[in-house]
Ligand binder design. Structure first.
Ligand SMILES: Cc1cc2nc3c(=O)[nH]c(=O)nc-3n(C[C@H](O)[C@H](O)[C@H](O)COP(=O)(O)O)c2cc1C
Length: 357
């Protein structure tokens, strides 16, 4: 068994996988279910000074992506303070309390949640791309005397925002929130819209993963504080990818909705098996590996390992340059036709094509 222990902001976690703010952590009971499902820490649904008035319908699943128009918690802060946080504390796990949004909101909420909080997570979703309001919110949260995590929405330029957060005193970055606005039409029901509210929503789930990974990878190159990766994680290998891209831990929302709160323990098991199979001893061994790799410049065709080839033809079909072909169900290449695009390497399900050295 690999060592999954994860140290984060003074907390020692059994593994790096925790819930993200959303329906799976919508109240104390839901948080206890996440703990029972194997989460290593609890992140609570974002609350603000008033309960949110959430439109309905507000969630739809399309397998490769997910749309939602949820806002923050529909429960008033008083209920969280009087009932829900104390209930969640029964799990005995570190608690990261989600708060939003403006500096005034945070100044009112942070001291009140402090007795329950091992850390505070600030959502920046509704305060725009200007770093000023985010920095003011961070400074307001620091008054609570616990580490402050700042959750980024997917930006085109994450590095300046992450640096501004660090400068204002953020102790960690969480990347990313859902992406959008995004839209979908229910074609089987006369073109009805899937989402209430404005009719469009925010995208999460597997399609968000490459955007989130890019944010983590970019941010990790400029900040000295830990990063928690979130976006599209649904299997152990996704966790590996985030850790290699520079994350120290990860959060999961959509997969915890669609697969239930048992996902946290399952992901930890899958992560453990992946590490064992690849001869890594611990999560620390893979953390940030991609940051040490040069950006590839492919000057040679891929290396073929015909002994692994099963003749599935996936690479041949998609080789738009006509460079790959099968003989007796084994892969061959017309080297002179290969454009070194690299696609075949990612398409091969049995690792029979390797990047050149
Ligand atoms: C239905 C729903 C509600 C969400 N509510 C919140 C929220 O209250 N606060 C927040 O910071 N992020 C919220 N998120 C964003 C998630 O925490 C997460 O950042 C995003 O969905 C990407 O992760 P995923 O692909 O694992 O879902 C919500 C996401 C969904 C799908």
């Amino acid at each position: 068994m690999a060592d999954l222990t994860t140290k984060l902001l003074g907390m020692t976690l059994a593994h790096p996988i925790m819930p993200a703010a959303g329906p799976p952590v919508r109240d104390g009971d839901a948080l206890l279910a996440c703990a029972a499902g194997g989460a290593s820490a609890l992140v609570t649904k974002t609350i603000s000074v008033k309960a949110a008035d959430v439109p309905a319908p507000n969630m739809a699943d399309f397998k490769t992506y997910f749309l939602n128009t949820e806002l923050w918690s529909e429960l008033p802060p008083e209920q969280w303070l009087e009932v829900e946080y104390a209930k969640a504390q029964q799990a005995g796990l570190p608690m990261i309390i989600g708060l939003g949004y403006t500096a005034d909101d945070i100044a009112a909420l942070a001291p009140q949640v402090a007795p329950f909080a091992d850390a505070i997570e600030l959502s920046t979703h509704y305060i725009g791309d200007d770093p000023g309001p985010m920095q003011a919110a961070i400074r307001a949260a620091k008054v609570a005397g616990v580490p402050v995590l700042v959750k980024m929405s997917p930006f085109r330029e994450p590095q300046p925002a992450a640096l501004a957060a660090q400068e204002a005193g953020a102790d960690a970055i969480v990347a990313v929130n859902s992406f959008g606005p995004a839209f979908g039409v229910d074609i089987e029901h006369g073109g009805k819209l899937w989402m209430g509210g404005k009719g469009y929503g925010w995208m999460s789930g597997p399609a968000l993963k490459p955007i989130a990974l890019r944010m983590v990878y970019d941010i990790a190159q400029v900040v000295d504080i830990p990063i928690i990766g979130v976006g599209g994680i649904s299997k152990g290998s996704d966790v590996v990818e985030f850790l290699m891209a520079g994350a120290s831990a990860v959060q999961v929302c959509t997969a915890a909705i669609t697969k239930g709160p048992g996902i946290f323990g399952k992901l930890a098991q899958q992560l453990d098996r992946w590490l064992d199979k690849h001869d890594y001893d611990s999560v620390a061994d893979i953390q940030g590996l991609a940051l040490k790799q040069p950006v590839p410049a492919m000057t040679q065709p891929p290396i073929l390992l015909p002994e692994r080839c099963t003749g599935c033809n996936q690479c041949v079909i998609s080789c738009v340059y006509g460079a790959l072909y099968l003989v007796d169900k084994k892969i061959h290449i017309h080297e002179e036709r290969c454009a070194k695009c690299g696609l075949c390497i990612s398409r091969c399900p049995v690792d029979a094509l390797h990047p050149p050295a």
